[in-house]
Design a protein around this ligand. Structure first.
Ligand SMILES: NC(=O)c1ccc[n+]([C@@H]2O[C@H](COP(=O)([O-])OP(=O)(O)OC[C@H]3O[C@@H](n4cnc5c(N)ncnc54)[C@H](O)[C@@H]3O)[C@@H](O)[C@H]2O)c1
Length: 252
C-alpha cells in the first residue's frame, strides 16, 4: 500500500539508523514529509539524501527540552504543521542492578522516557490547535510484558512509556490527538547485533515462533498504520510486534 500519509508532516525521533531508518522509509513511501531528529548527523544526512526532497535531518538530543522545543518550532516554521510524531530513539545498555551506575540509570530514563515526554510536550500545542495529531511511541516487549537480567533501567523506561502513552491519549482525545505504542520483540538492527552478539541473535530467532527477528520496516509498517486515517479510533493502546515470541506458556 502507498499514499496513506500523503501531504502529512511527520517528525521521527531517532531515524538515522536501525528501526528508525526503517520507519522513515515507510513513512516516506506512504507520502509523508519526514523530519528526522537524531544525534547521529552523518547517518542522518545519508538517510535524508536517500529520500531527497521527502526527508530532512535535524540534529537534536531527545533528552534535552530545549532541543525538542526548537525542533517543533523549526518544523512549524518550515511546514506550518506537525501531523505525526514517531518516537524511536532509545538506548539499551546492560548492567545488573548492583553494578548499574546511577548515571546510566538516569541516561536511559532520560532518553527512553523523558525524551518522548519532552517531544509530546513540544508538539502538543500545535496539534491541539489543529485538533488533530498522531503520536506513536516505540516501547518494547521488555518491560511491559517480559524482561531480562541487566535490563532494570530499560524495562522501567519501556513500562513507563505505556503510562505516558495512556495519559497522552486521554489528554489528547478532546483535541483529536491519538497516542499509541508499538512494542517490538527483537529487531534485526546493526546496533542490537553489536550489543548482543551473533549467538544472541541466532538464539532469539530460534525462540520466535515465526522463526526470525523482525525487520525495521515491519515496525515502520505498524507505525504508519497507527499514524494513518485507518487508525482513527485507536488510542491509548499498545501493539506487540514480536513474531509470537511471548506467546508460549512454557518451553518444554
Ligand atoms: N532492536 C531491537 O530489537 C528493539 C526491540 C524492541 C525495542 N527497541 C527500541 O527501538 C528503538 C530503536 O532501537 P534500534 O535497535 O533501532 O537502535 P539504534 O541504536 O540502531 O538506533 C537508535 C537511533 O536513535 C538515535 N538516538 C539515540 N539516542 C538519542 C538521543 N538522545 N537523541 C536523539 N537521537 C538519539 C541514535 O543515534 C540512533 O540513530 C529503541 O527505542 C529501542 O529501545 C529495539
Amino acid at each position: 500500500m502507498s499514499g496513506r500519509l500523503e501531504g502529512k508532516t511527520a517528525i521521527v525521533l531517532g531515524g538515522s539508523r536501525g528501526i528508525g531508518e526503517g520507519v522513515v522509509a515507510v513513512l516516506v513511501r506512504e507520502g509523508a514529509h519526514v523530519v528526522n531528529c537524531d544525534l547521529n548527523q552523518e547517518l542522518g544526512e545519508a538517510v535524508a539524501k536517500r529520500h531527497a526532497g521527502a526527508c530532512e535531518f535535524y540534529r537534536g538530543d531527545v533528552a534535552r527540552r530545549a532541543d525538542m522545543q526548537a525542533l517543533a518550532a523549526h518544523v512549524l516554521k518550515q511546514r506550518g504543521r506537525i501531523d505525526i510524531l514517531c518516537q524511536v530513539a532509545g538506548i539499551y545498555p546492560n548492567h545488573l542492578i548492583e553494578d548499574l551506575p546511577e548515571e546510566e540509570w538516569d541516561r536511559v530514563l532520560a532518553v527512553n522516557l523523558k525524551g518522548p515526554f519532552l517531544a509530546i510536550q513540544a508538539c502538543f500545542p500545535s496539534m491541539k490547535k489543529n485538533k488533530s495529531g498522531r503520536i506513536v511511541l516505540t516501547g518494547s516487549i521488555t518491560g511491559p510484558h517480559v524482561t531480562w537480567p541487566e535490563h532494570a533501567h530499560y524495562s522501567a523506561s519501556k513500562a513507563g512509556l505505556v503510562g505516558l502513552a495512556r495519559a497522552t491519549a486521554l489528554e489528547g482525545a478532546p483535541f483529536g490527538i491519538t497516542c499509541n505504542v508499538v512494542e517490538p520483540g527483537n529487531v534485526e538492527t546493526a546496533n542490537l547485533r553489536r550489543e548482543r552478539g551473533p549467538d544472541h541473535m541466532a538464539a532469539m530467532a530460534r525462540a520466535v515462533p515465526l522463526g526470525r527477528l523482525a525487520l525495521p520496516e515491519e515496525i515502520g509498517e505498524a507505525m504508519a498504520f497507527l499514524a494513518s486515517d485507518a487508525a482513527s479510533y485507536i488510542t491509548g493502546t499498545t501493539l506487540v510486534l514480536d513474531g509470537g515470541q511471548i506467546l508460549p506458556e512454557a518451553r518444554l
